[in-house]
Design a protein around this ligand. Structure first.
Ligand SMILES: C[S@@+](CC[C@H](N)C(=O)[O-])C[C@H]1O[C@@H](n2cnc3c(N)ncnc32)[C@H](O)[C@@H]1O
Ligand code: SF4
Length: 390
């Protein structure tokens, strides 16, 4: 590998085992959410039985402890998903699912889900009409009923309840209902709420706005609702997370811009970063420019190309949920293990280890901070040490 110090060469290998494998049973979906590029992909695809078998064998043979389902499409649309996931559960793997849950679930599906470690329900609001308008044709009552059935099944079987997480995509349509959303989350035993900043896919504008696109009193009121909702959640012990790691800073910048607006000397300090090629399409995010660019001696503090793997229903492998360039497609001749060690993967790891980051997605990634190279290399070295099971 050109230009890399000998001492770094072993660090071009993936962690063994990987910390997490994410895959899709299908890229099809039963909903057409206004902000999601799903509807723009008519070429929906189910994973082949051969591909699923290859993934399950890889998980078992390499001892992966955590499998995540559903970063795209909706897992519960795939007939027979519960047979495969039961196999993973019986291997002792921790399962995490993100779904819209707008499905009529069978007894066996409910039982299988009650054994999952974590379940992410995509719930932006508990207002029935607003919910249906944003995530047509979903009915919030079906989703909440499923949540109750799954947790009740775990209680009746005396097994641990799945950790319940709600994902709320923050748009102007839901801000006034945020306190009610948190109130319901408290009532239903939710452990964490993740607020997703609206990612703007060029192909899917959806008629909704990010909080950062609101002006004047509209912005101030939206922020007040969010802050009250956060206080309610924190008092009740619910963990709050934001998809953008520098969310608080963006809010401060936006507040300052609003103050300057009133004095007449406003300067735009908040931008959308140049569009990135994400897995689902071309997307842009809000960011402060200096946050997204790397300074000399800095790198993106991202362990994903070592620790995680994302596999589409077609068998394409991605390093994370942002970078949309396939690092290889799984075939009968090219398995996951081989792709994890190919030239493209090694080059991506080399870029992050040396700080010579030319990959546009890694350079401008809105999810992880920039940081000094040396501590990052140190953290990767430590990542090879596996934590013993049990
Ligand atoms: C793409 S979905 C896939 C899983 C499943 N279909 C669901 O909706 O939960 C994963 C998460 O991304 C969120 N999402 C979709 N489009 C988004 C966007 N443009 N900006 C931010 N989050 C988005 C969804 O609300 C959901 O919580
Ligand atoms: S956000 Fe999820 S449920 Fe909605 S259209 Fe996209 S994939 Fe389907």
């Amino acid at each position: 590998m050109s230009g890399i110090k000998d001492s770094l060469a072993p660090l071009l290998e993936p962690f063994k085992p990987l910390k997490q494998l994410a895959f899709l049973f299908t890229s099809s979906c039963n909903l057409r959410c206004v902000y999601c590029p799903q509807s723009l992909h008519p070429e929906n695809h189910d994973a082949s039985p051969w591909l699923i078998r290859h993934i399950l064998d890889f998980v078992r043979d390499t001892g992966i402890q955590k499998v995540t389902l559903g970063f795209y499409g909706d897992t519960l649309c795939y007939k027979g998903w519960e047979t495969y996931t039961t196999e993973l559960l019986d291997m002792g793997v921790d399962l995490n699912l993100c779904s819209n849950f707008n499905h009529r679930l069978s007894e066996n599906e409910i039982l299988t889900l009650s054994r999952f470690k974590e379940i992410q329900y995509s719930i932006d609001t508990i207002d029935r009409d607003v919910f249906k308008a944003i995530r047509p044709p979903a009915d919030i009552r079906t989703i909440l009923h499923n949540l109750v059935l799954i947790n009740s099944k775990a209680i009746c079987n005396n097994t641990p309840k799945p950790k319940t997480i709600w994902n709320c995509t923050l748009t102007n349509k839901v801000t006034s209902g945020l306190e009610a959303l948190v109130g319901s989350a408290i009532h239903l035993g939710v452990s964490r709420i993740v607020f997703n900043e609206l990612v703007r896919f060029q192909e899917a504008s959806g008629g909704v706005k990010s909080i950062f696109e609101l002006e004047g009193t509209e912005f101030i009121e939206a922020l007040e609702h969010l802050e009250k909702a956060q206080d309610l959640a924190t008092d009740a012990g619910i963990e709050i997370k934001f998809s953008l790691q520098y969310w608080d800073k963006l809010v401060e910048i936006k507040k300052e811009m609003e103050r300057e607006q009133t004095s007449g000397d406003s300067v735009t300090k908040l931008n959308r970063v140049n569009p990135l090629q994400a897995i689902q399409g071309t997307a842009d995010f809000h960011a402060e420019r200096t946050e997204s660019n790397l300074l000399p001696n800095q790198t993106r503090m991202c362990p994903e190309p070592w620790s995680n793997i994302f596999i589409s229903a077609e068998g394409d492998i991605f390093s994370c949920c942002v970078r949309g360039q396939s690092l290889g497609r799984i075939t009968q001749n090219h398995g996951i293990g081989e792709i994890l060690r190919n030239a493209s993967y090694r080059d991506l790891r080399r870029q992050l280890l040396t700080g010579n980051v030319t990959d546009k997605s890694c350079k401008e990634c809105p999810l992880l901070p920039a940081g000094d190279i040396e501590p990052f290399v140190q953290s990767i070295r430590q990542g090879y040490q596996t934590i013993p099971k049990g």
